[in-house]
Design a protein. Structure first.
Ligand code: MLT
Length: 404
């Protein structure tokens, strides 16, 4: 008789955004007359930039002609895209990353879930609390997290690094030394970030302790302040301790297109074993590459026209962030984030729990957000709103919340 991977049975509830989706669907069915504004999941709403569409059209046409048709993509991604990434996201920032250290994928969510596979099951992970749930859940699935305590909502073998108002939502070094450290800056869900010198501290910490940092930089395009690093490889020594994950979802609106990449520097080794070689083996065996058309779309992100158009798109969302932040502040809410990230993190009013506030907002304002506790126990009493809605919906949502 076959057996299942019992680790899956340890997962409490469903994936956060699936739970929210179900709740909202049930409410909508019961109240078909209500107009719901969705500022929950960080999904973009602006159409793809014209430069990207043009590039995709051209690539589609190429696929219809014998001479330019493409079959399987190279394992690790097309050279044209990897070179564009290396030049624009790294070399231009003084970060020493070569094209062959970049692994093109169908998105950072998959990479952030899959990357743990190349590490021993005995490794202990550290995560920020609150945290993007994928990091923890995928380690649960592989059996690395021990047992779950329903009371504390914590796993026995996970090191939690609380990010609260007291530490300005920036994690302190944990007391127990982790093997793998998941960091995401600018941060999802709190919308906060850390300065480059603080990030350098984490790189030094990892090198000193023999830890690997898995650095999720999905929101890098939203950095507005000077002293924030755009990539962890701006920090000295990061090549020997960090893997960086990037997404095209938030900077270029590819949530439905799907494209991302992982950087695994060749200096990152466990003894003599190169993590680059392990990830290349994994990629080659389990993955046939992002589609040619999509990789051409990714290349257009780095064209002069693409950059210009996407700068405007990011500014559009950041204006929404400002509208939400200032609107809620004027209504007396305690709010953070929204300066270097498209997320606003607010304290729930009247000591409501995160889920109580979720229900209250859905029922009275017909606005959907994300309960902070869904990201971890230190998120309790907080709530996340995304700036990825349309401007009109953002204004309307803020007006509705202010009128409560
Ligand atoms: C979020 O809302 O946290 C993100 O959209 C989830 C994701 O990017 O997968």
């Amino acid at each position: 008789m076959f057996k299942i991977n019992e680790n899956y049975l340890k997962l409490p509830g469903s994936y956060l955004f699936s739970t929210i989706g179900k709740k909202v669907a049930a409410y909508t069915e019961a109240h078909p007359d209500k107009t719901i504004i969705r500022l929950g999941i960080g999904d973009v709403t602006q159409p793809l930039a014209p430069a990207i569409i043009d590039s995709m059209h051209k690539a589609v046409d190429e696929m219809g002609v014998k001479e330019t048709f493409r079959g399987y993509a190279p394992d690790l991604g097309y050279e044209f895209l990897r070179t564009a990434i290396a030049d624009n996201d790294y070399k231009s920032r003084g970060a020493d990353i070569a094209a062959d250290e970049i692994f093109v994928s169908d998105g950072a969510k998959c990479d952030s879930g899959n990357i743990q596979e190349i590490f021993s099951i005995d490794n202990k992970i550290a995560v920020c609390d609150p945290v993007y749930p994928v990091y923890v859940d995928t380690n649960v699935m592989s059996g690395r997290t021990g047992t779950y305590d329903e009371k504390t909502e914590m796993w026995s073998d996970v090191i939690y690094m609380p990010c609260t108002a007291d530490n300005h939502f920036a994690p302190d070094f944990p007391k127990e030394t982790p093997d793998l450290i998941y960091l995401c800056f600018p941060n999802n869900p709190t919308g906060s970030t850390i300065r480059k010198d603080q990030l350098q501290g984490w790189v030094d910490y990892a090198n000193k302790n023999g830890s690997v940092i898995i650095y999720d930089a999905a929101y890098e395009a939203y950095i507005a302040e000077e002293d924030v690093a755009h990539t962890i490889y701006e920090c000295e020594g990061a090549r020997s301790c960090a893997i960086e994950l990037k997404s095209f979802s938030k900077n270029a609106g590819f949530t439905g297109v799907r494209l991302g990449y992982a950087v695994v520097p060749k200096d990152l080794k466990c003894g003599e074993v190169s993590l680059h070689a392990l990830w290349a083996r994994r990629h080659g065996t389990k993955y046939n590459g992002a589609p040619y058309i999509i990789q051409r779309a990714g290349e257009a992100v780095y064209s002069e026209l693409g950059k210009e158009q996407l700068k405007k798109q990011v500014a559009y969302y950041m204006n929404n962030a400002k509208v939400i932040k200032e609107g809620l502040q004027s209504a007396g809410y305690t709010v953070s984030g929204g300066v270097n990230a498209p997320y606003i993190w607010l304290k729930t009013p009247d000591r409501m729990t995160s889920w109580e506030f979720f229900d209250y907002l859905l029922e009275t304002a017909n606005v959907v957000g994300t309960p902070g506790s869904g990201f971890g126990p230190s998120g309790e009493g907080y709530f996340r709103l995304t700036a990825f809605g349309s401007y009109e919906n953002t204004i309307a949502a803020v007006e509705r919340i202010k009128a409560l």
